[in-house]
Design a protein around this ligand. Structure first.
Ligand SMILES: *Cc1c(COP(=O)(O)O)cnc(C)c1O
Length: 370
């Protein structure tokens, strides 16, 4: 039998589509629109297309090159840059993004000048700092900031947003979400604005969303992980009715031998400068698979095959094969967390195998990434 390429990540587009449809319906029932955040999958065009087929009409990424690639592929969606633009990329931002999230007035002034030059209107969502301490304008500074944005030509003040659980691990609780909602209400009244985007968070907002009686002013959410891995991100719990296994990493055994479980000889540091210790399990079957830290965030892998990860170097993962009689050429399967998914989807060394691509688009089957 012809062997399949390894290492590879198998991506079940039907499962992603299911997850996206369920989430769109769920959030839609309380008036919340979804933007699909594709940064975690390297803005794979096959996956972006699948989201559009699921009824998602807006796609977001943190990298302008990814938005450019999706735009060039003529995907039918609005494109949102969800990291505040760098001054060095303003021209491309106006060219390839319909909208960007912002926190710096200098940047918005530059966007304004560029939008005028390109005869375009660029929409901005202002990010408000609610405590997670990554990006955001401090709440008390928001009114003055808006006062400076409103007169800028070529700029549309499209909304207010906030982000949780990305840096400081701050949870979007009922109280936090109400604070944000109240701020939005005050701003809308003060400036007689109607904001089309009140973008209250990401996959960390699920528990709040399920439990709250009132989503307040919030009408938009940016979702990556819960679409791709079927999880909320505060506790990492599975969301009922969604698939957690749309992604699976497959690696190939390149060595399998009975060896001691503890290294022998004088010991110093390993290739990564770490001093490692080992449990003595006597002689064990050790299997090596041909993938390593250069290709994947190894700590984010969980073997589906009944083996245990003992450690890894740049291009090897060393396994305790336990009772599996692994031989060279055998395949070992792993499930992935968000970090592992992100690393394999952006690695040029991991083959992308798409399962269940829609029939009308057979060009998307078995294609490697760019
Ligand atoms: C990555 C990101 C998201 C999506 O987060 P998930 O946890 O994958 O849903 C949303 N908003 C911003 C600003 C992001 O950077």
């Amino acid at each position: 039998m012809m062997k399949e390429i390894a290492p590879r990540v198998e991506i079940d587009l039907r499962k992603i589509k299911h997850n996206a449809q369920v989430l769109k319906k769920l959030y839609g029932e309380k008036g919340i629109q979804i933007t699909g955040v594709v940064k975690g999958v390297g803005a794979s065009l096959e996956i972006a297309k699948t989201l559009i087929e699921s009824g998602i009409t807006s796609l977001a990424d943190t990298k302008i090159v990814n938005l450019k690639r999706m735009r060039m592929a003529q995907l039918n969606a609005t494109f949102m840059l969800i990291r505040t633009p760098a001054l060095s990329e303003i021209e491309q931002v106006v060219q390839f993004a319909d909208m960007s999230m912002n926190t710096e007035i200098e940047v918005i002034r530059a966007l304004s000048a560029e939008a005028v030059k390109q005869h375009k209107v660029h929409s901005v969502i202002l990010m408000v700092e609610m405590g997670d301490l990554r990006e955001g304008i401090m709440p008390e500074d928001v009114p003055d900031f808006i006062r400076q944005v409103l007169p800028l030509p070529g700029i549309r003040m499209a909304g207010l947003g906030t982000n949780f659980a990305c840096f400081g691990g701050i949870i979007p609780t009922e109280q936090k979400m109400k604070e944000f909602s109240d701020l939005v209400k005050t701003i809308q009244k003060q400036f007689s604005l109607l904001l089309p985007y009140v973008s209250g968070g990401n996959s960390a907002n699920y528990q709040w969303f399920k439990n709250t009686k009132d989503v307040g002013m919030m009408n938009h959410i940016r979702l990556g992980e819960s679409i791709f891995l079927g999880r909320e991100t505060v506790h990492g719990s599975p969301i009922p009715g969604l698939y957690q296994d749309a992604f699976c990493l497959v690696a190939e055994v390149i060595e399998s031998k009975w060896k001691p479980s503890v290294p022998f000889g004088d010991r110093g540091r390993n290739a990564f400068g770490e001093t490692v210790s080992f449990k003595d399990r006597g002689m064990i079957r050790r299997a090596i698979v041909g993938i390593g830290r250069q290709d994947v965030l190894v700590s984010g892998l969980t073997p589906v095959t009944p083996v245990e990860i003992l450690g890894s170097s740049s291009d090897h993962i060393i396994l305790d094969a336990k009772s599996s009689s692994l031989r060279p050429g055998d395949e070992v399967r792993f499930s992935l967390n968000y970090g592992a998914m992100l690393s394999v989807m952006t690695s040029p060394y991991v083959y992308k195998k798409y399962l269940h691509a829609s029939e009308k688009d057979d060009s998307s089957v078995n294609r490697t990434s760019a």
